[in-house]
Design a protein around this ligand. Sequence first.
Ligand SMILES: [Mn+2]
Length: 405
Amino acid sequence: MLNALIDAMEHAIREVRKMPEKAVQVFHHNDSDGLTSGAILTRALERQGYAVRRFCLEKPYPAVLDKVFEQEGKILIFADFAGRIAPLLSELNQGRNLTLILDHHVAEASTDPRVMNLDPDLFGLKGDRDISGSTTCYLFAHTLDPVNRDLAHVAAVGAVGDGFFVDGALVSENREVALEAVRQGLLEIRHHELGEQYLLNGSAGQSDVIAVGDYLDVLGGVGYYQQGPDMGIRVCLEGVSPESDRMVKDLEAVRTRLFDEEIARLQAGALKQAPHIQWFHLETRFFPMGVKMVGAFCDAIRTTDLIDPRKYLAGFQIIPDEIPDFGAIKFGQVKISMRVSPSMEGEIRAGRALGLNILLPEATGRLGGFSDACHSLTAATTVAIGKEEALIDEMESILDGESHG
Ligand SMILES: [Mn+2]
């Protein structure tokens, strides 16, 4: 399992070293796991003398991938996403670039030998339990050079940030990196009745790792279009600073204001009602926050009396035609995020209501949209702008079929 993964990483590293190219492009996710993944790879590759260009993405959108794979002879690394779309990357790559995938989500095998899928899911590890994106990147960095073991605490932050605990504690590879950070004096593990608490030892004292993860999530999510991810990478590698504290405080204030304004709209009747789905459209009102925030907003209201607890909840947000540091890009897409009330959560878990992981991708597929991460209780996809109502209609017809079937 782990040995086979390390063998595959060693093979990939040999291929990286054979390349005449001495620059690496790292594409990573914008949550705390993705930021720590990007930070670990950046530091480890720079130590090897590579020039690293980092791109933080909310999702590996097809329009971005098309542009990335116009290149040739490059070294490309995808971190904390893309494990499942290795066949698509293979098709785009056609052997032209050395492409590595360091994800931990459910994966599919690559079909191009120059696309090396190092997702631990393909090696018998569970990405929602044993190993985070950051820990996968840490294993890669450590295989590159054991000197990178000093990044173990960064990996632990990503693992805690993704929130995969068993009985309140990190397990398996995630646990190993935490224990390594403890040996280095950079992390403390406190044992409580209901599990463990992880504390990062910084120059300014200790901080709870869950709070550090939230801090990074604000920088990467709320601050996505305002250089928040760059600050997040700095925090991962150098710790917090008065500057990063100020940025997080300002971003939290923006989030509170935009959420409150939207809640007022919903109270004034902006929530549209279909038979099984209630939905709203943010248009571009959440800019310059990242498009992850529509999901965060759904989370914030799903337990309130703003919504009908018997219906699915959906929110749309237009994706800006821009990727920071990557340049202008024409998406023409809208993101939909879906959530459910606590009572519907029970219905879905009991199998009495259709899970979002089936409902949304099915409807999105019929409209030619893009599905990435869909779970039974949280899901998000993208469709072309203008297809919002059609998407709701498709889901309604799926739900009608269900109740008759
Ligand atoms: Mn992750």
